[in-house]
Design a protein around this ligand. Structure first.
Ligand SMILES: *[C@@H]1O[C@H](CO)[C@@H](O)[C@H](O)[C@H]1NC(C)=O
Ligand SMILES: *[C@@H]1O[C@H](CO)[C@@H](O)[C@H](O)[C@H]1NC(C)=O
Ligand SMILES: *[C@@H]1O[C@H](CO)[C@@H](O)[C@H](O)[C@H]1NC(C)=O
Ligand SMILES: *[C@@H]1O[C@H](CO)[C@@H](O)[C@H](O)[C@H]1NC(C)=O
Ligand SMILES: *[C@@H]1O[C@H](CO)[C@@H](O)[C@H](O)[C@H]1NC(C)=O
Ligand SMILES: *[C@@H]1O[C@H](CO)[C@@H](O)[C@H](O)[C@H]1NC(C)=O
Length: 593
């Protein structure tokens, strides 16, 4: 692949924010460094380390190459190269609060939505339950741009609390309107009169929330984040922080005491490539990027699986007319092919981690680790692309194999381990995916528009997917939509389905068709008391699926499909051993050594 081109270390270094004791020289800068090979040499001899970038690396423009074919970005062998969008902020005890640390945010360009101390993600303070309850009270009225709370009978403490809120207090609508989604809208200001509090919300976010397509609207928050210093002080979470934006100051409560600095992810995109081909990324880490959409006017209105509605919605009772865009990732390739990501690490990221959109072809993500990600680990393809007929624009022949994906979707709980829109010849194999609030793998989302689309010949095989659906409902370990002819789910081991209501370990939802589902294990899929099915085929729009050689430890399933056949389902009773064939499947599932 790279016989004629140099191996290039990705390295875009503008280390501006390191304390003097950590001084690093500026090795190369992109854009601007005309002599790339020299830059590479400098990096090599530096022995790697953390590279703090202060601007997005755009692979089309930033690098001074005719085109980007056949270029490799390879980390050093011994010391990992970390591409970081974080800024270090010195911390010292706050003068007014002994138990808190304070830092100055004047070097931060963004909103400081995320914060790390000693590699530990810190959370933002939340409103107490009695404050959240004000927004669900019957006397509270809701308009397209505000909540108005009647304060005549209210405890003055509650009134004072809400009246003190500043911009960017964030309402979180977990499972509201639809049990699988989590939308967010931010406050813009609060007006108080003698008898009311009007909490003005950012629009169009709040309007869209109340006009979500398919009649899935509900505007009662479940939690309220980023509320203020008082909630930080009373918080049980020993690792949390609050940003006093007005005074450009951060207050940090941390149990990781030794550290004298925090890392604040400040970039929203670390690396983006457009129309790139045959690039390899090896042995690199991508860390500390953020994502500020939830506080933007359009907000974060989620339909499902990170599919966002940015407004306007013409008919909210219809499911048909909306444009959905996937929640973005911090590393993103558009219209790119033969990009290989191998042996890389993605961690401490505030959006999704890695995304291929546009016409993605022959890309491979292998042997990589994804952990502590706010959204999905990997987004492949999009949701409004069912009717693309130009083959060069279709998402085809991409591979996601041998990756370890854990503790992702840890902020945006409606996102999944791996999210795939419309695609053909996608292979998702030998991954281990776990610790998820909602679904493990979602493939073919788009609500079956233009069915049958080009989505076909997809393979989900030999994955180990567990501890999923821990919070939200109506999802699965493997969740599918749309007709996907000649597609297979084979040799997977799915276990520990969590308490989120509804759905099932394997869940081909509305209009799913033409799958062969063979040799899979579904274990501990029924520990919860209600609606815990290993197979969830809930209605007759689901058709032509063959389910053979399934090994299960529960008899709870639902099959209301048309021509959905089930053959040789082996039920293992409590206390019984799994058959040898099942043990082989278990042994073979997950990351290969
Ligand atoms: C540009 O791309 C073409 C087609 O992939 C390739 O043949 C050519 O070698 C590339 N040029 C450079 C400078 O990489
Ligand atoms: C990547 O890392 C692995 C393990 O640390 C090492 O064996 C391999 O040689 C490295 N590859 C490159 C290109 O540095
Ligand atoms: C909105 O969509 C619903 C459901 O598809 C349909 O019945 C209704 O006629 C639509 N309303 C308008 C004004 O188009
Ligand atoms: C494809 O579908 C989108 C909506 O999802 C629509 O806007 C577009 O006109 C359709 N294109 C064709 C060629 O049907
Ligand atoms: C599915 O496979 C059959 C048999 O190999 C083939 O005839 C058909 O064209 C395939 N369909 C698609 C959409 O690839
Ligand atoms: C079954 O799965 C649940 C949910 O992940 C987990 O809490 C529980 O410990 C599991 N039970 C066993 C016996 O592994």
């Amino acid at each position: 692949m790279h016989t004629t081109n140099p191996i290039i270390l990705l390295s875009v270094i503008l280390v501006l924010s390191l304390p003097a004791s950590k001084a690093q020289t500026q090795l190369c800068s992109v854009p601007g460094d005309a002599d790339l090979p020299a830059c590479v040499e400098k990096l090599r001899s530096s022995g790697g380390g953390v590279v703090e970038i202060t601007a997005e690396v755009q692979l089309t423009e930033a690098l001074n190459l005719d085109n980007l074919s056949n270029v490799d970005f390879v980390g050093t062998q011994d010391v990992p190269m970390v591409i970081s969008g974080g800024v270090r902020i010195p911390l010292s005890p706050c003068s007014n609060f002994q138990d808190l640390l304070c830092g100055d945010l004047s070097s931060i360009k963004g909103l400081a939505r995320h914060l790390y101390v000693n590699g530990v993600r810190h959370s933002r303070p939340k409103a107490s339950a009695d404050v959240v309850a004000l927004f669900t009270a019957e006397s509270t009225t809701v308009s397209t741009s505000s909540y108005t709370i009647d304060t005549k009978e209210l405890d003055s403490r509650l009134v004072k609390t809400v009246a003190s809120w500043s911009e960017n207090v964030e309402m979180v609508y977990t499972g509201q309107g639809s049990p699988w989604s989590e939308s967010r809208c931010a406050v813009s200001s609060v007006d108080a009169t003698e008898s009311t509090l009007t909490v003005n919300m950012k629009t169009p976010c709040f309007d869209t929330l109340q006009n979500k397509p398919c009649g899935q609207s509900k505007s009662t928050p479940v939690t309220i984040e980023n509320t203020g210093l008082a909630d930080l002080l009373s918080s049980d979470d020993e690792n949390s922080f609050w940003v006093d934006a007005e005074n450009s100051r951060v207050y940090v409560k941390t149990s990781t005491s030794q550290s004298s600095f925090a890392v604040i992810p400040d970039l929203e995109t670390l690396v983006s490539g457009s129309n790139v081909r045959s690039i390899t990324f090896k042995n690199l880490s991508f860390e500390h990027a953020t994502y500020n959409q939830a506080t933007a006017p359009a907000g974060f209105i989620e339909q499902q699986s990170g599919a966002l509605v940015y407004a306007p919605v013409t008919n909210s009772s219809s499911c048909d007319d909306t444009t959905w865009l996937p929640m973005p990732s911090n590393v993103r390739f558009t219209d790119s092919s033969s990009v290989k990501i191998s042996g890389c690490e993605f961690r401490a990221l505030g959006a999704g981690a890695l995304q291929f959109d546009g016409g993605a072809r022959n890309n491979q993500v292998t042997d990589s680790l994804f952990e502590d990600i706010s959204g999905t680990a990997i987004q492949l393809g999009e949701y409004n692309t069912a009717n693309i007929t130009d083959k060069s624009l279709q998402v085809t022949s991409n591979t996601i194999s041998d990756n370890l994906i854990r503790n992702v979707a840890n902020e945006y709980h409606g996102t999944c381990g791996v999210q795939v829109g419309y695609s053909a010849y996608t292979e998702i194999s030998h991954n281990e995916i776990y610790d998820l609030p909602y679904s493990g793998v979602s493939i073919g989302w788009g609500w079956g528009r233009s069915d049958p689309s080009y989505a076909s010949n997809n393979v989900i095989s030999n994955n180990k997917i567990h501890d999923f659906k821990l919070l939200l409902g109506d999802g699965g370990g493997i969740y599918a939509l749309s007709a996907q002819p000649n597609s297979t789910v084979d040799g997977n081991w799915l276990y520990n389905m969590g308490a989120g209501a509804g759905g099932g370990a394997y869940y081909p939802d509305q209009s799913s068709a033409y799958w062969t589902v063979s040799n899979n294990i579904f274990s501990n899929a029924s520990f919860c008391s209600d609606d815990c099915e290993w197979l969830h085929v809930w209605q007759d729009s689901i058709h032509d699926i063959d389910i053979v050689n399934s090994y299960v430890d529960t008899t709870t399933y639902e099959n209301n499909g048309i021509d959905v056949t089930m053959e040789n389902t082996v039920v293992v009773e409590e206390g019984q051993d799994w058959p040898e064939e099942a043990k082989d499947i278990m042994d073979n599932a997950g990351v290969r050594q």
